[in-house]
Design a binder for this molecule. Structure first.
Ligand code: AMP
Length: 507
């Protein structure tokens, strides 16, 4: 039996295949029938290019509906989809091509000459282009191909994709994701969020990342739903198009930017079924401000490249700000002592390493057995690197990243605890707490703030406000004000950039 994601999608097609699968704001796009035909044509083109089952197909293109067709076609051809952040350049790309050894590299038309150079050096056999206007050499091959394709059968454990982790330290690791991983996670999300063929998702996320590619596309596909596809995130356009959809999946930045729009009101979202947030922490303030303004509680969920989605706040039931909800069906979650090599469970309520196990957990890092063994335990639990706890109602709360944890004078300090307090101070828009080398303490707790327009608090005011609220060892040694926090495309604060910027603060 074919256990590929696409075979599973085939079981959930809407009864009316003329129903839209992807629509663009200008009215173009693909119905479900178009999608079946187009992915067949793409799959024939891949086979013609010599792509064999198990081969990697590296893709670095601008977002377009055709990219989704290519993704699905790669799965139908039994190959492994390898999406690359469109921001990667020369040396970075070289690393991915050398490491993954794809048989085909699909790039944006404007990048073709460089891509060919890189491909030659890395020994990639074929380079094709795909433009965001449905153009490019790959499209030329696709046109005229048969509209039916006999899918290559896959087992649940066969690889469907390799996604390189952003890797703020060291080399990027290729997370190997199987068909079984994708199917189980999409099923869990369709169930948890009750996605149906009636749903319309506003899709404004990049599709080289798990959130926009798997969480959004796979779960909608698995329910026969529809997507309104924006080529990039534009908050004014998003607000304008909201009336056409009932579902939004976003990173926290979407919600903070929406809150800046005077047009965001109860009336503007009255028709919406669900707002979902993930990929980075949604602050309790944003959650609260959004529900005050719109009457809707954002549903926050938690996941990562290696595991797909792990937890979600409930669809029915209280969505608690600052928490990521309950483990999804099939996902086992435990909290262990990060200081112990052997898994050592911590008592309920105590923060420790979040570990997860289930059909969602990846197959290991591509050609890095030692790294895999460091993070994937013998009993199947994956050490997420996130620090969190489970409260007495069972909600999971994330306190920070393990590598984010500051050790100051021998004491562990979790930045999120401070950031939550700092964010509530008058004049503070947002904050990031980092550890930087300190001659006395090893690491000095350092608060970096973005201040409001006309009311930057002084260092003394901030320190005074924290005094008494936090143990002495957790209090920042210095408070620095910056214009904006550095963020990556998924909205994650790049603390490594801040640590670099302030590395000499105490020397
Ligand atoms: P990525 O693999 O790029 O999706 O990054 C995964 C990481 O993002 C996780 O390990 C968490 O540190 C973080 N993350 C994802 N969702 C959330 C969330 N809802 N709250 C806090 N952190 C999150």
């Amino acid at each position: 039996m074919n256990q590929s994601l696409f075979a599973e999608v085939g079981k959930h097609l809407p009864s009316d295949l003329s129903k839209p699968f992807i629509r663009t704001p200008l009215g173009g796009g693909y119905s479900y029938a178009d999608m079946l035909r187009s992915t067949s044509q793409f799959a024939h083109a891949l086979v013609e290019l010599g792509v064999q089952p198990g081969d990697r197909v590296a893709v670095q293109v601008d977002k377009s509906p055709e990219t989704v067709m290519l993704y699905l076609a790669v799965l139908r051809a039994g190959a492994v989809y390898l999406p690359l952040n469109s921001g990667y350049t020369g040396d970075e790309l070289r690393y991915f091509l050398d490491d993954a050894e794809p048989s085909l590299f699909v790039c944006a038309p404007a990048f073709e000459a460089q891509a060919r150079e890189l491909a030659k050096v890395s020994g990639v056999a074929h380079v094709e282009t795909l433009g965001d206007a449905g153009d490019g050499s790959l499209m030329d091959r696709v046109h005229g191909k048969p509209g039916r394709f006999a899918d290559v059968e896959r087992a649940a454990s066969d690889l469907a994709a390799i996604l390189y982790t952003s890797g703020t330290t060291g080399r990027s690791k290729g997370a190997m994701i199987s068909h079984g991983n994708l199917v189980s996670n999409a099923r869990a999300l369709v169930g948890a969020w009750q996605i149906t063929s009636e749903d319309w998702l506003l899709h404004a996320l990049p599709i080289f990342h798990i959130h926009g590619l798997f969480v959004a596309c796979n779960s909608l596909l698995m329910a026969g739903g529809s997507m309104l596809f924006l080529s990039k995130f534009d908050v004014a356009q998003m607000l304008r198009l909201l009336p056409q959809v009932n579902l939004l999946m976003g990173v926290p930045t979407f919600y903070t930017r929406l809150l800046d729009q005077p047009g965001l009101s109860r009336e503007a979202v009255a028709h919406m079924r669900l707002f979902i947030s993930g990929s980075a922490p949604l602050t309790a303030e944003t959650h609260k401000a959004f529900s005050e303004r719109t009457g809707m509680a954002i549903l926050e969920r938690y996941g990562m490249t290696e595991t797909g989605m792990n937890t979600s706040n409930p669809l029915d039931g209280e969505r608690i700000a600052g928490t990521v909800g309950f483990p999804l069906p099939g996902v086992e979650l435990r909290i262990t002592d990060p200081a112990q090599a052997e898994p050592t469970l911590l008592p309920q309520g105590e923060p420790g390493m979040i570990e997860v196990r289930g059909p969602n957990v990846f197959q290991g890092y591509w050609r890095m057995p030692e790294k895999t063994a460091e993070e994937l335990r013998a009993d199947g639990y994956f050490m997420t690197g996130d620090i969190g706890f489970v409260d007495d109602r069972g909600y999971v709360q994330i306190v920070g990243r393990n590598k984010d944890m500051i050790i100051s004078g021998g004491f562990n300090v979790y930045p999120k605890e401070l950031e939550e307090i700092l964010d509530t101070l008058p004049g503070v828009v947002e904050s990031a707490v980092i550890g930087v080398p300190h001659p006395d303490f090893g690491e000095g707790v350092t608060a970096v703030l973005v201040a409001g327009k006309d009311q930057a608090p002084t260092e003394a005011q901030v320190l005074a406000a924290l005094d008494g609220k936090l143990a002495r060892f957790k209090q920042p040694k210095r408070v620095m004000v910056v214009d904006a926090l550095p963020r990556n495309v998924m909205g994650k604060v790049q603390k490594n950039v801040l640590r670099e910027q302030f590395k000499a603060l105490y020397s």
